[in-house]
Design a protein around this ligand. Sequence first.
Ligand SMILES: Cc1cc2nc3c(=O)[nH]c(=O)nc-3n(C[C@H](O)[C@H](O)[C@H](O)COP(=O)(O)OP(=O)(O)OC[C@H]3O[C@@H](n4cnc5c(N)ncnc54)[C@H](O)[C@@H]3O)c2cc1C
Length: 315
Amino acid sequence: MADTVTGVDPVRSLILAAVDNRAVKRLVATAPVSRDVVRRFVAGESTEDAVSVTRELVDAGLAVSLDHLGEDTTQHEHAEANVRAYLELLDRLHAEDLASRAELSVKLSAVGQALDESLALANASVICAAAKERGTAVTLDMEDHTTTDSTLRILAQLRQSWPSTGAVLQSYLRRTLDDCRALAFDGSRIRLCKGAYAEPPEVAFGEAHEVDLNYVRCANVLLAGSGYPMFATHDPRLIDIVAERAHWYGRKPEGYEFQMLYGVRPDEQRRLARLGETVRVYVPYGTEWYGYLMRRLAERPANATFFLRALVSRR
Ligand SMILES: Cc1cc2nc3c(=O)[nH]c(=O)nc-3n(C[C@H](O)[C@H](O)[C@H](O)COP(=O)(O)OP(=O)(O)OC[C@H]3O[C@@H](n4cnc5c(N)ncnc54)[C@H](O)[C@@H]3O)c2cc1C
């Protein structure tokens, strides 16, 4: 991963730097307190855990996007195992009659993007085909900026056979307004988020208010277009602005959606759903939860401080 964005909180930089530290990883992975924190943000390690959390959320009036954790795969067998995990999940969602309310989020790096773009396309195609057969769809997560072009190329290929395949654009990237313009066409499902990776200033805005301003610009482009925008943020100001702009553009609740992460602002997720908004919760699961958890802690230094104190005091 590249240099840290300028202007970013030092605690966040420290935690992101610790993601690759083996000693920190061992400490976090084996500490008893980790289990509670992990459970707050991750559905569990098994397919059954993912299905049972999906059931709970669907019963509460929410939609779901499921992410089988396992990014940055550098071995063919791992990529194949990730594909199999998604196929097993789709079978279970279908059997439980949950597929119409639960789509899949797929990181291309988990299915071989770093090994070979055509391998990632082939693996993602298997997942998209199975998702279609089971009555649901796939959204490709967006990773660091070195993968953006490759991910959008794979998206274009997948959409030829499975036009409901979605992708993610990150408002911290300077290129994203243009990408939004290019992808705001009929049937195009685009999730807009701020972006979660440490990026250099050549490609990304460094100040939080610039990222937010660009989020609003991008949201306007997506709402003015004819695609299906998915607004992924917990930011109360952005949620208000998006809701107001959606109304202004005459969008009905079935013409766009809000998305939030499992365990983050759960009351707000339910409040928006009660107001009639479509709200989708992003639910990660699987044994490879460490990197995901660290990114969530980095976003909220208050959580990280609480967690680190508990980690040290329980030992
Ligand atoms: C559904 C979903 C999918 C995502 N997919 C991707 C992806 O594919 N690629 C990618 O790079 N990133 C992805 N992200 C992560 C995203 O880029 C951000 O890193 C993350 O969402 C934090 O940004 P934010 O918009 O919530 O605002 P932040 O700037 O983190 O927070 C803004 C405000 O939101 C509120 N808030 C935030 N967190 C909390 C909390 N824990 N508790 C209470 N209030 C809180 C606070 O008021 C805070 O000031 C995704 C996020 C979501 C929600």
